[in-house]
Design a protein around this ligand. Structure first.
Ligand code: AMP
Ligand code: MG
Length: 408
């Protein structure tokens, strides 16, 4: 059996990076920057007020009760040009440029206005509530490095620095199909005896959509001719092929055999549980991931081997999910010979204590227990038991809202 690290390294060793394209900022969530992004200007570009209030000279407001003559008004979007001299103030709105001569802002709540005179109630330290040019982002600095995967927070910054069409890695085009004579479309109202609904394809499709462009090739039956045809079609126009089912030891598990006939196959027993059988290979140079058919196995194999690969092809610097530490809420049993991914739900208890409890049955067909989980307790090879109360590593595969607020 291949350790997971070796399997991941072997997959990455077979992949090539994709080219670059530019995209509209609004379409760039989840994409990976192909170049460093530099700030051509300082952000903010000019010193401005952090408050609605009065722009003054700090020397005038060292004592409470200063009386200053108001000589003008500066709104956000106005041109700089006003001047604050000793003994005077300019009324100013948040975001308006600092008038020449002013170095301090007094918020409006700390003032009393009578006609053209403003009384500054407290003493105000020089520099208060002024946002200096470059205080957010210095001019010329690298705001994000190549390889950053874009989140809405990054997108706000890119907008601020004027990177309206960022250069990103092209997304891999992934041909996806399910294999199995037993599979029926999810919309099937009445299953024939022996049939099940194809849950893998839609699950994998939605997971793929976060990191790639999906080409949905449907369901292919356990028939060598049909599979050959599907493989041939999938190669055209795709960068990666992902299938589920047909890679284990059954008489009708043709995927691995046909991949071997048409291309190259590396079949591995990866030392993980679930998802031990896993076929990886190439078909006319296109990397091919043959995931196991059991839904939880397909999910685990996707998370551990496919998703990181698709992100790495885009040059992403970080490709693996976060791991955190939690306390086992009850005992967690595992296979001593394999790295086991136990489906657990997490509960945040008082003072940040995170407690992980198996979310249900751990059979590789038990999709409901997967859906009830927030992550995997990752139990290393050599351990077969985590006792209740012991620490355990958790790999988060989702980041759910965990606290409630009721509507009025
Ligand atoms: P296989 O890997 O083809 O031997 O399938 C292993 C198990 O997973 C069998 O119980 C299959 O019925 C089931 N299975 C295979 N493909 C799917 C699918 N697309 N959706 C749900 N279950 C599947
Ligand atoms: Mg099958």
């Amino acid at each position: 059996m291949k350790p997971l690290d070796d399997a991941q390294a072997a997959v990455l060793g077979e992949l090539r990076k994709l080219g670059t394209e530019t995209v509209e900022l609004a379409d760039s969530v989840g994409r990976v920057l192909a170049e460093d992004i530099e700030a051509r200007e300082a952000i903010p570009p000019f010193p401005n007020s952090a408050m609605d209030g009065y722009a003054v000279q700090g020397l005038d407001v060292t004592e409470p009760g200063a009386m200053l003559k108001v000589t003008g008004e500066a709104a956000a979007g106005s041109q700089p040009g006003l001047q604050v001299r000793p003994g005077t103030a300019v009324k100013i709105m948040t975001g308006a440029p600092m008038p020449a001569g002013a170095d301090t802002i007094v918020k409006v709540e700390d003032t009393e206005r009578v006609d053209d005179v403003v009384k500054i109630l407290p003493a105000v330290p020089e520099g208060t509530s002024v946002r200096s040019a470059g205080s957010d982002i210095p001019k010329g600095s690298v705001v994000f490095s190549k390889g950053t995967r874009l989140h809405p927070t990054h997108i706000g910054v890119l907008a601020t620095v004027g990177a309206a069409r960022p250069p990103v890695a092209r997304r891999p085009r992934v041909a996806l199909f399910s294999t199995g004579d037993e599979l029926a479309a999810p919309s099937t109202a009445t299953l024939r005896p022996g049939q099940i609904r194809d849950s893998n394809r839609i699950m994998l499709k939605t997971m793929l959509a976060e990191v790639s462009t999906v080409l949905d090739e449907g369901i292919v039956s356990d028939d060598p001719v049909a599979l050959r045809g599907a493989f041939g079609r999938a190669v055209a126009g795709s960068d990666v092929i992902v299938t589920s089912g047909g890679v284990s030891m059954g008489d009708h598990d043709y995927v691995r055999k046909i991949l071997g006939d048409m291309g190259d196959v590396d079949f591995w027993k990866v030392a993980i549980k679930p998802a031990k059988p896993f076929a990886f290979g190439r078909l006319s140079g296109v990397p091919f991931f043959g995931l196991p058919g059991n839904p939880v196995s397909a999910f685990v194999a996707f998370e551990q081997l496919v998703r990181p690969a698709l992100l790495a092809m885009q040059g992403a610097t970080r490709v693996l999910r976060p791991r955190i530490r939690a306390i086992a809420g009850e005992k967690i049993e595992s296979d001593k010979h394999r790295l086991e991914f136990v489906r657990v739900s997490l509960e945040l208890q008082d003072r940040g204590r995170l407690v992980a409890t198996p979310s249900g049955g751990q059979g590789s067909h038990m999709l409901a227990a997967l859906a009830a989980a927030d992550g995997f307790a990752v139990v290393p090879v050599g351990e077969d038991l985590v006792k209740a109360g012991q620490g355990v590593d958790i790999e988060l595969f989702r980041n759910p809202e965990t606290r409630s607020l009721a509507l009025g």
